[in-house]
Design a binder for this molecule. Structure first.
Ligand code: ADP
Length: 728
């Protein structure tokens, strides 16, 4: 490694003298670049740029002492959702720098951080460092506004520029919970105005710790959570959403391990595994079982056969996902590790996605061996969760970003690059994975969104930071493990300084990564960015600059969508089906389509003919809706949800266009529907809300039994994972 660092330093000197700089970066950000074949340098995490060193701002910093009792009290106050998603990460990314290094000598790690980052930048981007050139091509000169932060209104009067200051952006932080510290620092750097106990009049931005509904009745501004995101990212729902995409685009979505939903797919799981074992006696697969609402590795275990599934009180298996275990992960220092990346969904319509250029890598603490009956229960070998591995005696607290049990992702990539790995390819595969995953989530999110914020009704717009957990396989292929709706944004970690007394001490690496993500998310959400140019005025004054150091660093978030629209837009087929669903949904706040709505859809799209009578349409509706309501027992609303509608749509498409592939069938039917609706005056009649309300499913057993339309989507998906298997 040290040789490599030397080489990089030499490169830096050479680049300085040859004047490589921002122009190259500009050239590399052309929107039409082919992402996978030739990933742009600009998407490399190595472009992580000089952040404004938030830790420095806290040098005299926070060290909050709490007793063990207080600590558990504050934990118990957290709601279930937060425990499941947000809180689960609270301690996970706390950097275990020693108390001495982090607190008493907080400046030192940052010098080191800066040094390491500089070298990484050079490798990834070939750019001049030392604060002169930023990765987005903006030249930053101290005390001068960076190009990307838009304008003051400069009025010339007697030759002097008069600077008109805009009102600071207001942020309601009353529900920020554990992200509060990072948020405060970000707001301070931006010179915005924080309202820690809320505000009677509206704020520009509402920062919630858990869900869209943390504050009720928000009618304007922006909220940092989407309605339904927590629900969509539960393990079962994520698996379902990805599976729908796998049915249409098996190759594109082979980054998600083969999964079965329990208990409903237990029979399917056990039959498929038995058949596979029968046909190949040498096959010794391993599976990982994850409870649906679980987090931090809680309740997770490995099995080698469906018969090993644990049952609850001797009866049913818990709601969970059982997944093929990736048994050949990439190892570093003989250890398994995973990657946490922060992703901003800036908007659903139009879809805008950003990825943070820096992330974290969490390491196991026991050398990895392929699973065997003997080591199946070795959690420190198989699970990368910080919360588990911290309990191991082998956990390495390190002051360095590139060693120890938690490291920066760029240090891992850097290490791989030094071994000759094509890290640009790795990074571009990761970006593809992220974009495809978000595309899989968007359809259902749109339904939630419309239910909470119907078009025409005053309401806020939404954005959200997600935490992607990714595993690299030995062949460097990234695999999606899960997505967290509320990744921890905590920038302190808890330390027991004497028995029963805990302190929160600053964690420089968390601060480094997370404050950048929050601050730059806020910058991207700045309401001034949305106003017409003449109204767009800037924060602060040129003399002071918006940040504490007088200038803001360039964004640590990189846009990947719509930047790569061309490569990925063909995947948005289910969104088109969703547009039809929403059109016929009718009632405000509704998420389920009634039978009349479904009939109207069939009629308006002219799908009924001699082969498909309206009677069989009704039967189809009843059959699919009934089966889905069995699969979603917790749902109180009756009717056809989006997933059921998509299934019905697939069925109709297969029936109408027999000889084509499923994808072609679906696209063909979409074209038929869209053309029909376009032809209709006013875009077709929507079912009257009253009609939808008064039409209930009539579970007529006779009609049900003559249907014969029972579907099994899993039959269509048999082929899906073959490529995935091959890749392994
Ligand atoms: P949790 O929400 O409880 O953390 P995860 O899905 O993240 O659940 O799984 C926990 C850990 O288990 C991951 O961090 C990873 O180390 C390991 N893991 C999860 N799924 C797989 C898989 N399919 N193959 C190999 N390891 C996995």
């Amino acid at each position: 490694m040290s040789d490599y660092y030397e080489k990089v330093k030499v490169q830096l000197e050479q680049m300085k003298s040859s004047g490589e700089g921002a122009e190259k970066e500009e050239a590399s950000t052309e929107p039409d670049e082919a992402l996978v074949s030739s990933p742009p340098a600009s998407v490399s995490p190595f472009q992580t740029v000089h952040s404004s060193c938030p830790t420095a701002a806290r040098q005299n910093g926070s060290k909050t002492a709490v007793t063990g009792r207080n600590r558990s009290k504050s934990r118990s106050k957290l709601g279930k959702d937060e425990r499941n998603s947000s809180y689960k990460q609270e301690s996970e990314y706390a950097l275990h720098e020693t108390l001495v290094a982090a607190n008493a000598n907080v400046g030192k790690p940052h010098n080191r951080i800066d040094n390491e980052r500089q070298m990484l930048q050079i490798q990834g981007t070939g750019k001049i460092l030392q604060g002169k050139t930023e990765t987005n091509g903006n030249t930053v000169i101290p005390n001068q506004r960076p190009k990307e932060t838009k304008g003051f209104s400069h009025n010339k009067e007697d030759g002097n520029k008069v600077v008109k200051r805009r009102k600071p952006v207001t942020v309601d932080t009353s529900k920020a919970k554990t992200s509060m510290e990072a948020l405060k620092l970000s707001i301070r750097q931006l010179k915005w105005k924080e309202f820690p106990v809320g505000r009677r009049s509206a704020c520009d931005i509402y920062w919630h710790g858990v869900s869209f509904h943390d504050n009720d009745n928000i009618v304007s501004g922006q909220v940092n959570k989407f309605p339904g995101m927590i629900e969509m990212l539960r393990k079962i729902n994520l698996s379902r959403a990805v599976r729908t995409m796998q049915e249409l685009f098996p190759e594109e979505y082979n980054f998600y391990p083969r999964s079965w939903i329990l208990p409903e797919e237990y029979q399917l799981f056990s039959t498929q595994i038995r058949l596979a074992k029968d046909s190949d006696a040498s096959l010794k697969p391993t599976f990982i079982v994850k409870p649906d609402g679980g987090s931090q590795g809680d309740g997770i275990y490995l099995i080698r056969d469906p018969s090993d599934l644990r049952v609850i009180a001797g009866s049913q298996t818990k709601q969970s996902v059982v997944q093929e275990y990736i048994h050949k992960p990439l190892l570093i220092d003989k250890l398994k590790f995973d990657i946490r990346l922060y992703v901003l969904v800036k908007s659903l319509e139009p879809l805008e996605i950003y990825i943070a250029k820096e992330g974290l890598s969490r390491f196991c603490t026991e050398p990895y061996q392929e699973p065997s009956q003997k080591n199946l229960s070795h959690v420190f070998m198989h699970l990368t969760n910080y919360s588990l591995n911290i309990q191991s005696g082998n956990f390495v607290h390190s002051n360095s970003l590139s060693s120890g049990s938690k490291r920066t992702f760029s240090s891992v990539l850097y290490r791989l690059a030094s071994k000759g790995v094509d890290i640009k390819k790795v990074w571009s595969d990761i970006i593809s994975l992220v974009i495809k995953t978000v595309i899989a989530l968007v359809p259902e999110l749109k339904v939630y969104y419309q239910a909470d914020i119907p078009p025409g009704k005053p309401g806020p717009s939404c954005f959200q930071i997600l935490g992607f957990d990714i595993l690299l396989m030995k062949n460097l292929k990234p695999v999606l493990l899960e997505v967290n709706a509320n990744p921890s944004m905590r920038i302190e970690h808890e330390q027991e300084v004497s028995p029963g007394v805990f302190e929160y001490v600053p964690s420089p690496v968390d601060e480094e990564v997370k404050v950048g993500v929050i601050r730059d998310t806020l910058r991207l959400m700045d309401p001034a960015q949305r106003k017409p140019p003449e109204m767009s005025v800037e924060v602060g004054s040129p003399e002071q600059g918006p940040g504490e150091g007088g200038v803001l660093p360039s964004l640590c978030l990189k846009q990947v969508f719509p930047k790569y629209t061309k490569q990925f837009s063909y995947l948005r087929t289910v969104e088109r089906i969703t547009a039809l669903f929403l059109r016929f949904l009718g009632v405000k706040g509704n998420m389920r389509l009634g039978p009349t709505g479904f009939r109207t859809f069939i009629r308006n799209c002219k799908l009924s003919n001699s082969n498909l009578s309206m009677a069989s349409v009704d039967i189809l509706y009843i059959d699919i809706t009934r089966r889905w309501s069995g699969m979603l027992p917790e749902s109180r609303e009756s009717g056809m949800g989006l997933q059921a509608f998509v299934e019905a749509f697939f069925y109709l498409a297969q029936r109408r266009f027999k000889s084509l592939s499923l994808r072609e069938q679906v696209v063909s039917l979409l074209e038929v529907c869209e053309a029909q609706l376009e032809n209709q005056v006013g875009g077709g009649k929507r079912p009257s809300p009253l009609a939808v309300l008064t039409n209930h499913i009539n579970p007529d057993p006779y009609r049900f039994s003559v249907g014969g339309l029972r579907l099994d989507r899993r039959l269509w998906t048999e082929k899906i994972h073959l490529d995935y298997q091959k890749a392994k």
